[in-house]
Design a protein around this ligand. Sequence first.
Ligand SMILES: [Zn+2]
Length: 305
Amino acid sequence: MTDQAPYPIGTPGQPWGDAERAEWRSLQTRQRSYETDVVRVIDSLRSRFDVVEYGRLDYAPDTYALLAIRSREWRDDLPSVLVTGGVHGYETSGVHGALRFVEQHADDYAGRVNLLVAPCISPWAYERIHRWNAHAVDPNRSFRDDSPAEESAALMRLVAPLRDRVRVHIDLHETTDTDETEFRPAKAARDGEDSVPGEIPDGFYLVGDSENPQPAFQQAVIAAVARVTHIAPADRNGQIIGSPVVAPGIINYPVRKLGLCAGVTSARYTTTTEVYPDSPRASSEQCNAAQAAAVCAAIDFALGQ
Ligand SMILES: [Zn+2]
């Protein structure tokens, strides 16, 4: 049941075919530059870090180099840390928080961990401020064998040799008001389903792995972020986005079953951050700082274990 107008593409109740996907893609416009916002920042880090091109997206007429930043002094005897951002391109602080972590904090961990940071996994969507890739596929349901998203497949290939050696993986996201106004209705229309209204929580929260929840680790990250921005309260059902709150600001998902980025390694400590950028109580600066604080807290906790 919904009183929303039907999504402007497709026929209600019928999943999209190629024509609807093409129509959707024709409506997406480039609103910002991956080259300016991301590649140039990565280039400025080349004197201190190695930069790997781990894939290339070909969405004619545009192509995108997929870039990751690596510790220069990589040592097999050190624990490895994976930081991912921009799996959802519109989630701006995921991208800029990952870059901020490298610029401002990575040196603090030199000689203690190996860092691998992929700050903008879905650059086409970063430019269009969208959740999906150019084929209307959500990369964050696509970290699985025979992935339908090249963004996800490329990261899986990059990480495969390290899969069992990563101790911490933190995947940086946002939950935005446009999830409710645009992306959930778009998904329902694409899949031929009814759009079910939901609530967007006001504040930061984490999604742990229900198969490996690591509550002390999640709580350490929440405690660090609470010093930067406010933590989302549970709703009147004791939930955040439909999942039970297991501790303040923490819900769990079966990340591997869902094909989420957080399941891409066998790391002991994994979490997904969800920053809320539309809060009147949070600036974009605070959102980026919250992402970087979460990464630092995650590494600090893992190194203390
Ligand atoms: Zn996301």
